[in-house]
Design a protein around this ligand. Sequence first.
Ligand code: SF4
Length: 344
Amino acid sequence: MITRSPALLQRHDEAEPLALPPAWQAQLAGAIRDPAELCRRLGLDPAWRPGAEAGHGLFEVRVPEAFLARMRPGDPTDPLLRQVLPLGEELLPTPGYVADPLEEAAHTPAKGLIHKYRGRVLLITSPACAVNCRYCFRRHFPYAENAPSRAQWESSLDHLRRDPTIVEAILSGGDPLAASDRQLAWLVERLAAIPHLRRLRIHTRLPVMIPDRIDAALLDWLGSTRLQKVVVLHINHAQEIDDAVIDACARLRAAGVTLLNQSVLLRGVNDSVDALAALSERLFEAGVLPYYLHVLDPVAGAAHFDVPDEEARELVAGLREVLPGFLMPRLVREIPGEGSKTPL
Ligand code: SF4
């Protein structure tokens, strides 16, 4: 079973003084991790339970309460539930669906560092996520081997210091905001001390899963860095954005953060013009611009989410008829070895 234990992300925190954990950490630790409980809490027919147990055996369930509260009870087709409910289909091998669809293992010059694109490097900042998304292309990623420690971060920082062509550091994971503020402040301070680095980009789902994550301690280190700041959220459906998410986005914007969103086109979640248009409109209400709409990466266990390319193009053509250009996400695929995302 793939597990991402919150304990892992505290490995490098051993020397921190004891203090009351912030509210978001309690919510992170209290996320639902039992498929039977997930089914029970949502009032699902017991027939869903065996599949949920089977899928959980491959990639564990993790659903924070704040996300659960936005789901419709008793509805197995709920677009939020579908993203997190394990299914028996995940066990079916599908030709072309593999453990590492983006071949990231070939691009790790230092542990926890991925250098695929010119000018940008990606740091695996935390092995944990607030939620385990069933379609995640890193669902088989060996997080335990890439769990960051300060020593590993130092070696990643050395890589950045040596290469003046790198202008942007991308914090990714897992979810980088699952790391403690103390660790993130430490890392961002060192990144900001690298003269050729201009931008800090953070790929995160935490402000959506646990909006309380955007608290004063986070805004302190994020708001004070000299680096230009971009937060790329990951939201797939308008129903994910409630008032608490809108408030969290407002706090980030007030700290000087540019907010973008990337989605994955998912069968049964957002595979209609209406759903995609509602998502773009709701994102804009939250002050977030749609950025990418990814087609599914062919990761083993996620084939049931696939939307064929032709259908994806038709959806985007339909979307163009109802949305202004600035609310149109770019339909892209990530192809291993390519220097950038490939537009479809
Ligand atoms: S939050 Fe992102 S990295 Fe974590 S499981 Fe979901 S898609 Fe994967």
